[in-house]
Design a protein around this ligand. Structure first.
Ligand code: PAF
Length: 285
C-alpha cells in the first residue's frame, strides 16, 4: 500500500483478525500501534517506526472507557476519526481498527486484567482503576489484532512497564517496542491532553520538561542524591499548580531508588490548571 492511500477502516474484531491472519499466513509481519485517537506527532512517529520494521501496520483508535476514573475526562476526550485517518494515511498505516464500545465490551463482559506491583504506585495510586483498564483493553487488542510487535511511547513510562509485565505474565506472543517521547519545539511532551491547556497554561506546562532537564544537568555533574535532585526540580516546577509526584525508578521497573547508581527513570506528574500532565527522562545511563 502506498504512503498516501487511506488505511482500510475496520470496526469489528472479526474483520481485523481475519485481515491480520491472512497477511501473517502470507509471511508478512504486523506492527500494532494502540491509540485512543486525537493523534499527534508522537503517534505518527510510532506508526512510522512500525512501518519501517514491519510489512503491515494496524493502528487502533478506541477511547477506552475502562481506563478513565469517574471524575476523569472520558466524555470530553477529543475524538476526530477522519483527521486521525488522514494522519495515519500519511504515515503509511495499512489498517485502522476503530471499534465501538459495544464491540470491545459486549453486554455481560465481566473480566478485567489486574497487574500487581507495577500498577500499584504513582499513576496507580492517583488513578486506582486506570491500569486494570489499560491492561484489559491492550490484551483484548492483542487478541483481536494478533500482531508480531506492538509500539508504545515512552512518555507513558508506567504504562510500558505494566504492559510488559502483563505480556510476560500471560505469555502473550508479541514483542513490545518502546519508542522515544516526541516533543513540541519548546520541549513539552506531545499528548492529546495538551489541547486542554489555555495559552498561559501551555507556557507553564514547559516547566515539566525544564525540571527534567535540570535533573539531567545535576546528574551529569555527578549528583546522585535523589533528594537534592528532587529539590532542584521542585524549584523549577513553581509555575505548575500541583506536583503530584516525582519518582526515581530503576529503568524498566517501578522500583524506587534513593541514589542514581545506574539507569534511572525520573518520572513526574503535575497539574497545570485542571489538566494533568506526565513526563519522564532517563538518567545515569
Ligand atoms: O496510551 C494510550 O493511548 C492508551 O492507554 C492505550 C495504550 C491505547 C490503551 O487504551
Amino acid at each position: 500500500m502506498s504512503e498516501t492511500s487511506s488505511p482500510l477502516l475496520l470496526s469489528t474484531g472479526a474483520e481485523i483478525r481475519a485481515a491480520i491472519l491472512a497477511a501473517r499466513s502470507n509471511g508478512e509481519t504486523i506492527g500494532l500501534v494502540p491509540t485512543m485517537g486525537a493523534l499527534h506527532a508522537g503517534h505518527v512517529s510510532l506508526v512510522r517506526t512500525a512501518k519501517a520494521e514491519c510489512d503491515r501496520v494496524v493502528a487502533t483508535v478506541f477511547v477506552n472507557p475502562t481506563q478513565f476514573g469517574p471524575q476523569e475526562d472520558f466524555n470530553r476526550y477529543p475524538r476526530d476519526l477522519e483527521r486521525d485517518r488522514a494522519l495515519l494515511a500519511e504515515a503509511g498505516c495499512d489498517w485502522v481498527f476503530a471499534p465501538s464500545t459495544d464491540e470491545m465490551y459486549p453486554l455481560g463482559s465481566d473480566t478485567m486484567v489486574h497487574v500487581g506491583a507495577a500498577a500499584a504506585e504513582w499513576e496507580g495510586r492517583i488513578r486506582p482503576t486506570h491500569f486494570a483498564g489499560v491492561a484489559t483493553v491492550v490484551l483484548k487488542l492483542f487478541n483481536l489484532a494478533p500482531a508480531n510487535r506492538a509500539y508504545f511511547g515512552r512518555k507513558d513510562y508506567q504504562q510500558t512497564v505494566v504492559v510488559r509485565q502483563m505480556v510476560s505474565d500471560l505469555n502473550v506472543p508479541i514483542d513490545i517496542v518502546i519508542c522515544p517521547t516526541v516533543r513540541e519545539p519548546d520541549g513539552l511532551a506531545m499528548s492529546s491532553r495538551n489541547a486542554y491547556l489555555s495559552p498561559t497554561e501551555r507556557q507553564h506546562a514547559t516547566a515539566l520538561r525544564r525540571s527534567l532537564l535540570a535533573a539531567e544537568e545535576l546528574v551529569a555533574i555527578g549528583e546522585s542524591d535523589v533528594e537534592v535532585i528532587r529539590a532542584r526540580m521542585e524549584s523549577v516546577l513553581v509555575d505548575v499548580d500541583h506536583v503530584q509526584y516525582i519518582a526515581f525508578l530503576r529503568d524498566g521497573a517501578m522500583e524506587s531508588v534513593d541514589r542514581i547508581a545506574g539507569p534511572t527513570v525520573i518520572a513526574l506528574a503535575a497539574k497545570v490548571g485542571a489538566t494533568r500532565l506526565i513526563d519522564n527522562t532517563l538518567v545515569g545511563d
